[in-house]
Design a protein around this ligand. Structure first.
Ligand SMILES: Cc1cc2nc3c(=O)[nH]c(=O)nc-3n(C[C@H](O)[C@H](O)[C@H](O)COP(=O)(O)OP(=O)(O)OC[C@H]3O[C@@H](n4cnc5c(N)ncnc54)[C@H](O)[C@@H]3O)c2cc1C
Length: 382
């Protein structure tokens, strides 16, 4: 299996300019890591998965996973920009030739940022088909009304991939029908039509509430066919699961390295704490868990790159990798004792950051229900 060692090496070098201090300062001010994202963009990493004909590097998903894993393994956080890697897939697969030619080269070069992904709403939550944001066609425009929540990076993005209802729920036979994807150019909206309110959160994730009040969006922004949007969004989920799982592996590696190092250096009762098996074992267990999860991730990458649709493996990888990073986070915090709570060690920051992956972009329960119902054939619960 290709490891992309050269890419990993140069990502490591890039990350060396963004130490813990950089991320701590940003978090204090709830700022966006523009400098870091610009560097990643200029180096071509955010366009790695965009085909060469559209100005990207045309690399397979394993390369994207290697980039994101390495960023996290260096103590950095790719959450500020990772969505671009998978949201552009929807445009690539279902966008018109004009949309692809207009947007993808600019996304690849960094001239345009496609960072915002508007799916979650306050009332519907995980029950996506119950979302209430509507787009009503009027001549050559849609009029969009509604609200999204947790729309990360909306203030730092030019474009938003928006899922909204174009046919009311009571007029469709299947609740998954009647949803559409719009590629909204947010630069063209005024603040009355489109307002964005930041959410202060446990992690510095640039998340927002987004309100649409009669926002006019040209029909040319429709991606694919009207009413088929749910399928388009679902089609990008395996890539999303794989890429997030890779970030979790990176986090787990960071925690394991940090805790084993500290366990060797910290002397209490006249000997390194790492000489105590009570300290060694949780770290060793987290390492075993990470290695096993990494194998499932590699399997999902292998199948994805072979052109399959590895729903089972991508979901398993996301869950196992998120569990592995959480176990490693817990071992790392415990190993550091009180110092684990001090900001300057970065352990508490990474601890909070990796906790997110039990909830977003898909929560563990929803993965378990996918496995129970779609893989094991048990009755549907919702
Ligand atoms: C920092 C952050 C960034 C985010 N960024 C984005 C973004 O950019 N774009 C976007 O669209 N969304 C984003 N999200 C939203 C995220 O995808 C959702 O929070 C997540 O999918 C869970 O949905 P919810 O919060 O509505 O939880 P709910 O749907 O309210 O669920 C609450 C809990 O109940 C459980 N639950 C619900 N239904 C069931 C069931 N049938 N069986 C068992 N358990 C169930 C869930 O697993 C969860 O643990 C972000 C969230 C966070 C916190």
């Amino acid at each position: 299996m290709e490891r992309y060692d050269e890419i990993r090496e140069s990502v490591r070098k890039l990350c060396a300019d963004f130490p813990g201090e950089y991320w701590r300062k940003l978090e204090h001010n709830q700022d966006y890591p523009s400098e870091f994202v610009n560097k990643l963009t200029q180096s071509g990493y955010l366009g790695a998965l965009i085909p060469e004909e559209f100005g990207g590097s045309g690399l397979p998903i394993g390369a994207g996973a290697a980039i994101l894993e390495e960023i996290h393994a260096q103590g950095c956080n790719a959450a500020a920009c990772h969505a671009q890697m998978y949201t552009m897939g929807t445009v690539l697969r279902y966008g018109s030739e004009e949309q692809k030619a207009q947007y993808l080269p600019q996304i690849a070069s960094g001239a345009l940022r496609l960072q915002a992904f508007g799916v979650t709403e306050p009332t519907s939550g995980t029950d996506t088909t119950a979302l209430r944001t509507t787009a009503v066609r009027e001549g050559d425009h849609y009029i969009v009304n509604g609200q999204k929540i947790w729309t990360s990076r909306a203030r730092q993005s030019d474009l938003m991939l928006l899922l909204c209802r174009t046919t009311p729920l009571d007029k469709v036979t299947k609740k998954t029908d009647g949803l559409s994807v719009l590629l909204v150019d947010m630069r063209k909206a005024n603040t009355e039509e489109l307002s964005i309110r930041p959410i202060r959160a446990m992690v510095n994730h640039s998340s927002n509430e987004v309100f649409f009040d009669n926002l006019k969006v040209p029909t040319s922004a429709l991606v694919g066919e009207e009413g088929k949007g749910f399928k388009y969004i679902l089609s990008g989920m395996n890539a999303e699961r794989i890429l997030i799982a890779a970030e979790c592996i990176g986090d787990a590696k960071w925690f394991i390295e940090k805790s084993s190092q500290y366990a060797k250096e910290r002397v209490v009762f006249g000997r390194p704490i790492g000489q105590n098996q009570g300290i060694q074992f949780p770290i060793a267990r987290a390492y075993a868990q990470m290695r096993a999860a990494e194998l499932m991730l590699q399997e999902s990458i292998r199948l994805y790159d072979a052109g399959q649709n590895p729903g089972e493996e991508a979901n398993l990888a996301k869950m196992l990798c998120a569990d592995a990073s959480w176990a490693a986070a817990e071992a790392c915090l415990q190993t550091h004792g009180g110092f684990g709570f001090a900001e300057e060690y970065d352990v508490e920051r990474k601890f909070r950051e990796t906790r997110l992956y039990q909830v977003a972009p898909i929560s563990t329960n929803l993965i378990l229900s996918y496995i129970a119902e779609h893989v094991l054939g048990m009755p549907r619960s919702y």
